[in-house]
Design a protein around this ligand. Sequence first.
Ligand code: ITT
Length: 197
Amino acid sequence: MPRLLLATTNRGKAAEYVSLLKGLDLELVTLDQAGISQEAEENYSTFEENARSKAVFYAALSGLITLADDSGLEVEALRGEPGVRSSRYAGENASDADRVNFLLEKLKGVPCELRRARFRCVIAIAEPDGNVETVSGECRGCIALEPRGSNGFGYDPVFYLPEYDKTIAEISHELKNQISHRGRAAQKARILLQKLS
Ligand code: ITT
C-alpha cells in the first residue's frame, strides 16, 4: 500500500486527518514515524503558500507523498486577524487556552453582531519531485463571549456555530469533520489522493 506522510506537529489536526482520510488505499505515516524532526518555515502571508511550502519541504525530505495543511481563524472585527498567525497569536510558546484568552481580550466590548469569523484550511499534497496541488475549505461562525466545551482543539471553544447553537468544542468529532474548514478541504483532498494511490 502506498504511504502518505501526514506532515503536521499539531496533534489535534493529526487526529482529525486519521478520521478524514479513512478508507483510502494509503498507509498514513506521521513525522515521528518517518524519523523527521526538522520544522518547515511558515513565513508566507497566505495559507496557500504556507501549505504548499510545508508539503513540498516534507515530501523532498521524506521521499513520500505528503499532505500538509495551513489553517487558521479570520475575525472580521480584527480585519482578518489572526489569519496565518493563528498558532503564534499569543506568542511562540503559548497554549490553546492562552490563545483563546488573548483573542477574547482583543474582542472585549465588541458586540455579537460584529464578531463574525471564519476558519480556513488549505491542504497541499506534494510529491517528492516537487509536484504540488492544493484544495481549500472554510467554516463560518462567530466568536463567542466566553469558551464553552472541551472537544476539538485550538480556538474551537470560542468558535460559535449559530445553526447548532453550540461552539465547535461542544459538537461531536463526527459533526466537526462534516462541517469544518478541514473536513470540507479533506473531502476534496480525498479525490486528489485517490488519483495518486
Ligand atoms: P503544523 O504547522 O505542524 O500543522 P500548527 O498548529 O502550527 O501545526 P498552523 O500553522 O496551520 O498549524 O496553525 C493553525 C492554528 O490555527 C492552530 O494552531 C490553531 O490555533 C488554529 N486552528 C486551525 N484549525 C483549527 C481548528 O479546526 N480548530 C481550532 N483551531 C484551529
